[in-house]
Design a protein around this ligand. Structure first.
Ligand code: FES
Length: 113
C-alpha cells in the first residue's frame, strides 16, 4: 500500500498573469502573459492532454516574463508568447519537459534549474 504523502504529484504548469500598469515596474501581464495563458489553457483543453495550468500573480521573475514554471520541482519556462503555444503543446504532448525548458530558458542563466 502506498502512503499518499509519499506520492509525487503530477506535474503542472504555474503561470504568472500579474499585470502592472505603467512601466515603472515590469510585469508578465504587460508583456503578453494573459493572452498566452488563455491560449495555452484553451489549447490544452483542445488537445485533450492532462496538464493543469495554474494562473498566479507573480513568481518573483517579473523582469523576464512571461514567467511559467513546471511544478512541483521543475525549471522555469520563460518568455513564452501566444504564438509559441503550439510549440509548447507539442512539447507537453511528447512529455519533452527538458526541451520545453531549453526552448524557453531563464535569461542570463546557463542552466534552468
Ligand atoms: S509579474 Fe510575473 S513574475 Fe512577477
Amino acid at each position: 500500500m502506498t502512503d499518499a504523502k509519499d506520492e509525487t504529484p503530477k506535474p503542472w504548469l504555474r503561470a504568472c498573469i500579474n499585470f502592472r500598469a505603467g512601466n515603472r515596474l515590469p510585469s508578465c501581464g504587460a508583456v503578453g502573459s494573459r493572452e498566452m495563458v488563455a491560449a495555452l489553457t484553451k489549447a490544452v483543453e483542445d488537445a485533450g492532454i492532462d496538464w493543469r495550468i495554474e494562473a498566479v500573480h507573480c513568481m518573483g521573475q517579473c523582469h523576464a516574463g512571461p514567467t511559467m514554471r513546471i511544478l512541483p520541482n521543475g525549471p522555469y519556462v520563460m518568455g513564452v508568447q501566444e504564438a509559441d503555444v503550439p510549440d509548447v503543446i507539442d512539447k507537453l504532448t511528447n512529455d519533452d519537459l527538458d526541451g520545453l525548458a531549453a526552448a524557453y530558458p531563464m535569461p542570463g542563466r546557463d542552466t534552468n534549474d
